[in-house]
Each structure stands twice: as structure tokens, then as C-alpha cells.
Design a protein around this ligand. Structure first.
Ligand SMILES: [Zn+2]
Length: 314
């Protein structure tokens, strides 16, 4: 048995994972990084792990590993969260602090990296050793799996596919550059452009479906309107798909993985989105149809991917 921890902005999830990559039991606690120090949160995390093991009658020495998936920049070798905007942590030696409470081998990874590993172990890329995951949510996270392991390279910082530039002098990104994939392919970017477009097209289905509340226009409404051939929505989705396809094709040209996995809210569109992307990507990949184009699939593990991957970081 192993434990995988997924640290989010407001919750910490702990999963007890078996050797077949199945979550046997799961516990969640709420956290508030504005009122709690990192040390307090980690203290509660250790208690959560102990509770999960105890309730499932797993002795500490029988637990093979504890893995932590954390958003932001982490240093897996040092076991330190270097900087995480979501939880406002800076230089937190998380593994050292946890080891004071628990005598179990421990590992740390970026959350998107852990999710990518999880999908190759027990999800959409099961059995594949080379895969890329892009999570299309508030931002665009990403993880690269090469030869069955998270590709990190020897230097701190890791891979951030969401911050590759697809439009030089494009939209200003939170990372300081302009034109990052994240500014075009995240769920937030999709909603932003849909709301702007809906304002210009008052008769758009997007306005009708949202009850004329721009803030209620979400991914589901955008794709629903697009399926009804609403002109504004068709334009928004078409631009979105082209931008995302450019990012995916760039990654294929660099890594040529066996599979590209899409996670996050937008991936709920499943084949409707991936079939279209697959057509667009062929045209942009080096060698076109002469090269082998990996299938683009959607996540199978969803929010559990990070926990499952984290449990197998050893
Ligand atoms: Zn960026």
C-alpha cells in the first residue's frame, strides 16, 4: 500500500493506493493558507496520513511510500516546495518536516507531473511509457513522462509546457512573457474570449443559454452553443482549438510522445474536442502524415490522477 497526497489551493486530499493503481480509500481536509502556517498545514497532513493508514489497518512500516503532489515550483531532490502561488508557500522543506512525524520513504513532485505519471500508470495512457499531459484549467499545467518516469532534467524548475509562446507579442501572461499557450488554451482563456465575443453578438446562444449573465458563460455553454452552430461560439471554439493544436503540435515536434492526454475542465468535451484537435495537429506536425501522430485523448483519472501518480514517485 502507498499514500498519494494532492495539495490544492483550499484542500489536501490523501489517497491510499494499492499496487494496481486503485484508490482504496480517500480523505480530504480543508486548508486555509491565509490563516494557517505551512508548518501547521504539514502537521495536519501528517495526522491525515496516520489516520488514513490506521483506519485501513495498514501499519506505518507496511506503507511503501508517501508521495506529495504540489502545485508550483518544487525541488524533488531536496524535498522542498520552492514557490507555490496557490498556497503561498516559499522554501518550505515539506519532506523534512513530514519525516519528523512519519517513518516512511517520502517523495515530492509538481502536481501536473504527478498527474501525468498517474495517467500512464492507471489511466488514459496506461501501459505507455512516453506521454505528455496538459491540464486545461485556470492555467495550463503540463507534465512529460519519458521512459516511464517524470522528465525533470537535472536543473530545478522542471518543464512548463503551458508557458511556451505560441504568439510572440501576444497576450501578457502571469509569468511575465507574452503569448504563452496558457493565455489561449486554458479554460479561463476560453471563457474570457467567449464572454468578449458574446458581448459583441447580443443574439448569441451563449447569451441565451447563460440567461444574459456573461459570468455564467462556461465551457459547457460555449460548446453547447457551438454545437448549435451559433456563429459567435463557432468562432470562439475554432480559435481555441487552433491555438491548442499549435501547442500540442509543438510538443509532438519536440518529444514525439506515444500519447497526448488532456485534463482539466475542458477535457469534459472528450472526443468532440480531441477528434477536431487530431485533424488540426496532423497539419502542423513535422512530416505530417508521414510521421506517426500520437493519439490525443482525455484524462481518465480526472482529479485522482495526481494522488495516484504521487503514490508511485519512488
Ligand atoms: Zn507564461
Amino acid at each position: 500500500m502507498r499514500v498519494g497526497i494532492d495539495i490544492g489551493g483550499m484542500t489536501i486530499k490523501a489517497g491510499l493506493v494499492d499496487d494496481r493503481y486503485q484508490i482504496v480509500d480517500k480523505k480530504t481536509i480543508k486548508t486555509n493558507s491565509e490563516t494557517e502556517s505551512a508548518e501547521q498545514i504539514i502537521q495536519r497532513m501528517a495526522a491525515l496520513i496516520k489516520e488514513l493508514l490506521k483506519e485501513n489497518h495498514v501499519e506505518e512500516e507496511k506503507c511503501e511510500s508517501v508521495g506529495i503532489a504540489c502545485p508550483g515550483t518544487v525541488d524533488p531532490a531536496q524535498g522542498t516546495v520552492v514557490y507555490s502561488n496557490n498556497i503561498r508557500w516559499e522554501n518550505v522543506p515539506i519532506l523534512a518536516w513530514l519525516k519528523e512525524q512519519l517513518d516512511i520513504p517520502m517523495y515530492l513532485a509538481n502536481d501536473a507531473d504527478a498527474a501525468a505519471l498517474g495517467e500512464t500508470l492507471g489511466g488514459a495512457a496506461k501501459g505507455r511509457k512516453n506521454a505528455i499531459l496538459l491540464t486545461l484549467g485556470t492555467g495550463v499545467g503540463g507534465g512529460v513522462i519519458m521512459d516511464g518516469r517524470i522528465f525533470l532534467g537535472p536543473l530545478r524548475g522542471g518543464c512548463e509546457p503551458g508557458h511556451m509562446v505560441i504568439e510572440r507579442n501576444g497576450r501578457l501572461c502571469s509569468c511575465g512573457r507574452r503569448g504563452c499557450l496558457e493565455m489561449y488554451a486554458s479554460a479561463s482563456a476560453l471563457m474570457k474570449s467567449a464572454r468578449e465575443k458574446a458581448e459583441k453578438y447580443p443574439g448569441s446562444q451563449m447569451n441565451i443559454l447563460s440567461g444574459n449573465k456573461p459570468e455564467a458563460i462556461d465551457g459547457r455553454i460555449i460548446f453547447e452553443a457551438e454545437k448549435q452552430k451559433d456563429e459567435a461560439a463557432v468562432q470562439v471554439v475554432s480559435e481555441y482549438e487552433k491555438d491548442l493544436a499549435t501547442g500540442i503540435a509543438n510538443l509532438i515536434n519536440i518529444f514525439r510522445p506515444e500519447v497526448v492526454i488532456l485534463g482539466g475542465g475542458v477535457s469534459a468535451q472528450k472526443n468532440y474536442l480531441t477528434d477536431q484537435l487530431q485533424k488540426l495537429v496532423v497539419k502542423e506536425c513535422f512530416g505530417g502524415e508521414l510521421g506517426e501522430i500520437p493519439p490525443i485523448v482525455t484524462s481518465e483519472l480526472g482529479n485522482d490522477a495526481g494522488m495516484i501518480g504521487a503514490a508511485f514517485l519512488d
